[in-house]
Design a protein. Structure first.
Lengths: 264, 312
């Protein structure tokens, strides 16, 4: 297994598309958070209820597109060129190959996600202050305040879950365009439905789709505060993140079953 | 170590098409075994079955006496080249070989060694997308040699090569066989195996058509055929026919003779004082012999078969 891990690590490092997608993820995470924070304003003097923590992590909405591309490209490049056969002649176990790819994706995406989440949070705070988010309505928040570490680390984990989901989907459909479309669709289409469907269904969507993972970012009693005004959390933060990972593992498991069943 | 390649009753179906049909082969070490047949004959599928990339419906495919999937560090036992295009466009030849080396715990400096061996040292850092098809074939051969394996399975390694490249491939394969390796190489063009293969396995529509040496194949197709040119064709024909040969008039002064060696023909005509202006013993080329064998077994004869069969 070590040999396969080392081999997959070298592949990842030398695969330009994946590297570019991961770099794009970092840029979008910090950049779009900064943009959003600099455009946010409030004139609340007392008792504001905006979620300053989640607002400082909004870039994820854009970063997740890039992370889907990164996750999918890890294996679609091999399906597209037929290199997957070379991979399987070198390492016959499909499980070992897919597990090594998933492990490498986790080991790269999580640290990058963590650094950029912390970066986003720190960049956003002064920008939000400039927009009127000041005491007493909005006392300053720091990385060590209750709930903040969970939201920041959770954001990195959520990006990782979406990357793994994309890898799983790509293994199922074996085509880069289709994998990215399905991956982005699974994450974004629920967003679109939130405002369209009645409360009951919107809540359900927030509980069962990969969107549930966004609960990890919330430090108030509202999920998706910047996008959705509804009060009350439809799902707990860790439970929501768990739902996102369940999707990722489900996709990977199905992908593995198909890798085994189909001729390469 | 057992370095043979073997299939027993190997069968693979794609939908309603029998791609490989009850195929039994045994390929020996120390020589180049050519695997020929028309496009769609089942060559690539057979090789994929040997390498554990496809699942057989019946029978077994063994390399080094085992199923490929059960071989540890497989690149050190079997080297293979399936598709020269199978390189990630942004990765260099060298990095391609390095990830392969790592996956089988082969020292990474082997990557540079095999690149040198195939004459690509100068291009080792170039991205794969900038390499010509011929260079990619060389990268593929380098990858096959990475683990210094005693068995080589190469699918159409000469496709896309220029004459110089074909010559290089020919010499490389012969040298590898001379070192005692088992070299199993497919081609849909018999001419590309001429001068390379010692032994031939011919298949058509997934079935074994012939398993014989190159010399045997040519002899089988040629028979004894002698062309005689003489002023007195009618007398010559009578004499030869009386001696038991089959004769065919081939124009006013030409006679084709079958079933009698050239020397005996000459002797007989001389003894009867029949003037002899020319005598040519004809031999079928490998290509002709192959056509004779595969005639009727070609998969893609117009209208003969529905589409949907996989590439060779």
């Amino acid at each position: 297994m070590t040999a396969t891990l080392r081999s997959e690590w070298l592949k990842l490092r030398t695969q330009r598309g994946t590297i570019v997608a991961l770099a794009t993820m970092c840029v979008l995470m910090v950049g779009m958070t900064a943009f959003f924070a600099s455009e946010s304003e409030t004139n609340a003097v007392l008792g504001g209820d905006d979620d300053l923590v989640q607002m400082a992590l909004t870039g994820i909405v854009f970063a997740e597109i890039a992370v889907v591309v990164a996750g999918a490209s890890l294996i679609t490049g091999e399906f597209g060129t037929g290199m997957i056969r070379t991979t399987f002649t070198a390492t016959q176990s499909r499980l070992r190959v897919l597990a090594a790819k998933a492990a490498m994706l986790f080991l790269v995406t999580f640290p990058l996600g963590l650094i950029t989440s912390v970066g986003s949070f720190l960049v956003a705070q002064p920008l939000l202050r400039d927009g009127g988010y000041v005491a007493p309505a909005y006392p300053p928040v720091s990385l060590t305040d209750p709930g903040v570490p969970r939201a920041v680390v959770g954001t990195a984990l959520l990006l990782t879950a979406y990357a793994l989901l994309a890898l799983g989907i790509a293994t199922i459909v074996r085509h880069s365009g289709a994998a990215i479309a399905i991956g982005v669709g699974l994450i974004f289409v629920p967003f679109l439905f939130l405002g369209v469907f009645p409360e009951r269904i919107a809540r359900r969507i927030e509980q069962v789709t990969p969107l549930a993972g966004m609960a990890i970012q919330s430090t108030t009693d509202r999920m998706l505060a910047p996008f959705d005004g509804r009060a009350g959390m439809p799902i707990g933060p860790w439970e929501g993140l768990g739902v996102a990972f369940a999707w990722a593992l489900g996709a990977l498991a199905l992908g593995y079953a198909l890798l085994r069943a189909r001729d390469a | 170590m057992d370095v043979t390649i073997e299939t027993n009753g190997l069968t693979k179906r794609f939908g309603r098409t029998l791609a490989v049909d009850d195929l039994s082969l045994a390929i020996r070490a120390g020589r180049v075994t050519g695997f020929v047949g028309p496009n769609g004959a089942g060559k690539t599928t057979t090789m994929q079955l040997l390498l554990g990339l496809a699942r057989s419906d019946a029978g077994e495919a063994l390399v080094a006496g085992r199923r490929y999937v059960s071989i540890e560090r497989p690149l050190t036992v079997v080297g293979s080249l399936l598709d020269a295009g199978a390189l990630h466009p942004s990765r260099s030849a060298r990095n391609h070989l390095r990830w392969l080396a790592r996956s089988n715990r082969i020292p990474v400096d082997r990557a540079d060694r095999v690149l040198q061996l195939v004459g690509l040292s100068g291009a080792r850092r170039r991205r794969a997308r900038t390499l010509s098809l011929g260079m990619r074939q060389r990268v593929g051969v380098a990858a096959a040699l990475l683990g210094d394996p005693p068995i080589l399975i190469l699918d159409e390694p000469t496709i896309g090569l220029d004459p110089e490249g074909i010559q290089w491939m020919r010499e490389t394969l012969r040298a590898l066989a001379a070192e005692g390796r088992t070299v199993f190489v497919s081609s849909h063009l018999m001419s590309e195996l001429e001068g390379t293969a010692d032994h031939l396995i011919v298949i058509g529509r997934g079935r074994l058509l012939a398993d014989l040496s190159v010399a045997e194949l040519i002899a089988a197709a040629s028979g004894d055929r002698v062309e005689v040119q003489t002023q007195d064709a009618p007398t010559a024909m009578t004499v030869l026919a009386n001696a038991g040969a089959t004769v065919i008039s081939n124009g006013r002064d030409r006679v084709a003779v079958e079933g009698m060696p050239a020397a005996q023909v000459a002797e007989l005509l001389a003894s009867q004082r029949i003037p002899l202006d020319g005598l040519v013993s004809t031999r079928a080329t490998l290509e002709e012999a192959y056509f004779q064998l595969t005639r009727g077994a070609a998969e893609h004869v117009a209208g003969a078969f529905p589409d949907g069969s996989p590439r060779s």
